[in-house]
Design a protein around this ligand. Structure first.
Ligand SMILES: [Zn+2]
Length: 228
């Protein structure tokens, strides 16, 4: 049997030994760790597998109790793997971009068809949507609309020539909506409402009617200038 005194002395001796041999102990420990690394890893993995729920719960609890440590560990990881993370993110972005592009092209036609059909079936919703956009960001809306109209114009194969357009409001031609001399070519069904930039959709109009009608549908939404 060891006495309390014996035990105390042993503790002191051990502490002394530890202090004196700190470096070599560290080296030995590291060597031991390296030697048995695989074994430990395997054992840990097996233990994890066997006690998955428990280990997960305790891990989550530890994380919750040590948010600062979690943060620091994440920062250390990011610092250590900075280049790899960057490379991965770039690859990912690139892939996403490519996928988006492919998806966009693939569904372009059906999407356009859908939008057209929706606009035909819900004119009031489309109007409401445009009104909101226009109010929120008038410049952006205007630019977008002009771009859309331009693309519609250039996309159409049988778009009228400048001469044909000008001929439509030649001297002596009356405005389609009033008795004024026509001075502009008007899209009877506005381009923004699905009308085509083709001669069959273009009528002569005076400037006041043309701007008063805007993108409204003649007959229902617009029935001519008031007090003309
Ligand atoms: Zn007119």
């Amino acid at each position: 049997m060891h006495s309390d005194e014996d035990r105390k002395q042993k503790r002191v001796r051990d502490a002394e030994y530890y202090r004196k041999n700190l470096e070599s102990i560290k080296i030995k420990k590291a060597a031991y760790y390296q030697r048995t690394k695989e074994q430990h890893r395997k054992r840990n993995a097996e233990n994890y597998k066997a006690n998955k729920e428990k280990r997960r719960a305790s891990g989550a609890a530890w994380k919750k109790a040590n948010p600062e440590k979690v943060k620091a560990a994440a920062a250390r990881y990011r610092e250590k793997h900075r280049e790899a993370i960057k490379a991965k993110r770039l690859t990912y972005l690139d892939k996403t971009k490519q996928w988006n592009k492919k998806h966009y092209e693939k569904n372009k036609h059906s999407r356009d068809e859908y939008a057209k059909q929706y606009a035909e079936e819900h004119p009031e919703k489309v109007r409401e949507y445009h009104r909101k956009c226009r109010n929120a960001k008038p410049e952006v809306y205007r630019a977008h609309r002009l771009r859309r109209i331009a693309s519609l114009k250039t996309d159409t194969n049988n778009s009228p020539t400048a001469t044909e357009l000008k001929a439509i409001y030649s001297p002596g031609t009356k405005c389609h909506y009033c008795d004024n001399q026509a001075t502009a070519a008007d899209h009877f069904i506005p381009l923004s409402r699905g009308g085509k930039h083709v001669m069959s959709n273009i009528v002569p109009a005076c400037k006041p009617c043309n701007s008063s009608k805007g993108n409204k549908i003649y007959g229902t939404e617009w029935t001519g200038r008031p007090n003309k």
